[in-house]
Design a protein around this ligand. Structure first.
Ligand SMILES: Cc1ncc(COP(=O)(O)O)c(C=O)c1O
Length: 433
């Protein structure tokens, strides 16, 4: 009843385009570890973690205590007009972790603002408004970031301050090059990139922006090395490479700390948000010093990098590194991938199982291989019925996304596998009817 009443009030005052999950949406009332309890008292294992944002989980003492100690100072906010110890310390850590030479960091409140900042830096640095983006991408909700979002479902406006050209490569499963071997797929995408630059730009493009694994796009996972090969072409033209690590950062992909590292390349800038604050509003850009310093005017984010967010983020980052959550993501991620691949082999309604670390997707298809959004929607409900929260995405809304907190335990991974197996079986039966 509590949910029903709140839903009615929500619909009266919140925008129509603000989507809610589930036929009967829920509110999370309390949480601990990887489990959340809804307003009506039902507890779930959370495999979407506030869209990959509660990277460490809920109610983590080290993070709560750090935030509490900042609150106790009385300074919730000072603005960047004043020095902030936790901000400087966090920037030093991120700069060192980035692998970018002479790196500098600017903090924002979200991934959108982080990408807007990267675009402003690149376009000013190169004095060009031309940008390359990947089809099926998602980079945010403001004008420039919507413009580089290659997904009709998230393109709320066609207005744009930049001129964008679209490149193949991110979404292999439905790519015209899908049947090629890894090396040939990379070659075909590189040839496409070169042709796009030569036929749709004036050559002096500002940057290319990529998600190493597309998040909203359905955890699409291109072959390792693709973006390294892209960078060789970009370098011929002086085009900068920006890696959007809003979903792939902080070790979530298991094998690397940043998703782009699978491509053997150091980008000119990395954008981040989501997991860093474990729920606190923080994002940012880490970029080569000369790129970061290229602006010739003041630029400020009033709340960006505020003492509460940076203190909490510092505690989260320290926790993540001290507990080697990247290794946990690698171990449990490959266990989940193996388990799901064997379930999917028996159920053709799952056309593809992909991902890395704790970023795993199931793409649902019809008998002819066409996208099957109804099956994905049914799986969302089936898993919830059994006590598991998962995410949805993909260009056609037919992809289920699994991204639990990186503190996941082996027992929780088994529990989720069991629920997913039963739920896939239920959806497969439904489809056969
Ligand atoms: C890869 C990527 N970039 C940018 C964003 C935008 O981040 P925010 O919603 O914090 O503005 C998102 C959000 O889902 C994202 O997944």
């Amino acid at each position: 009843m509590a949910h029903r009443e709140l839903l009615d009030r929500h619909r009266s005052v919140m925008p129509r385009w603000l989507a809610l999950y589930y036929e009967q949406p829920i509110e999370m009332a309390s949480a601990h570890g990887r489990r959340v309890t809804d307003r009506e008292g039902r507890t779930y294992l959370d495999f979407f973690a506030g869209i990959l944002t509660n990277a460490i989980g809920y109610d983590v003492a080290e993070i709560s205590e750090a935030v509490r100690s900042q609150l106790d100072t009385g300074v919730l906010h000072s603005s960047t007009l004043y020095l902030i110890t936790s901000q400087v310390e966090l920037a030093e850590k991120i700069a060192a972790l980035s692998g970018i030479p002479d790196a500098k960091v600017f903090f924002t409140n979200s991934g959108t603002e982080a990408n807007e900042t990267a675009l402003m830096l690149a376009t000013q640095y190169r004095r060009s408004e031309q940008v390359l983006a990947l089809r099926n991408s998602y980079h945010g909700r403001a004008f420039a970031t919507v413009a580089i979002t290659g997904n009709r479902g998230w393109s709320a406006s066609a207005l744009s301050p930049i001129k964008v050209s679209w490149v193949h490569g991110g979404y292999r499963y439905r790519s015209p090059f899908r049947d090629l071997s890894d090396p040939d797929y990379i070659k075909a995408c590189v040839a496409d990139l070169r042709e796009v630059i030569e036929t749709t730009t004036a050559g002096d493009v500002a940057c290319m922006i990529v998600e190493p694994i597309q998040g909203v796009g359905g955890f699409t996972t291109p072959p390792n090395g693709l973006f390294g090969e892209f960078k060789k072409v970009l370098d011929e033209y002086g085009i900068l490479l920006v890696s959007d690590e809003v979903q792939t950062g902080w070790g979530r992909t298991g094998e690397h700390f940043w998703g782009i590292q699978a491509h053997d390349v150091v980008p000119d800038a990395i954008t981040f948000a989501k997991g860093l604050g474990n729920g606190l509003a923080i994002g940012g850009v880490v970029a080569r010093g000369d790129l970061m310093d290229c602006l010739g005017a003041n630029s400020i984010s009033t709340f960006g990098g505020n003492p509460v967010a940076t203190t909490g983020a510092l505690a989260s980052l320290n926790y993540l590194l001290e507990h080697d959550l990247q290794a946990n993501a690698a171990k449990l991620g490959s266990h989940l991938l193996d388990g799901l691949r064997s379930v999917a082999a028996a159920h053709p309604v799952v056309g593809d199982v992909r991902g890395k670390g704790l970023m795993i997707a199931l793409e649902f298809v019809g008998p002819d291989g066409a996208p099957n959004p109804a099956a994905a929607a049914a799986l969302l409900e089936e898993t919830r019925e059994r006590g598991l929260l998962v995410g949805k995405g993909g260009l056609y809304g037919n992809v289920i996304r699994l991204a639990p907190p990186m503190t996941l335990t082996q027992a929780e991974a088994e529990e989720a596998l069991e629920i997913l197996t039963q739920s896939i079986e239920a959806v497969a039966k439904e489809v056969q009817r």
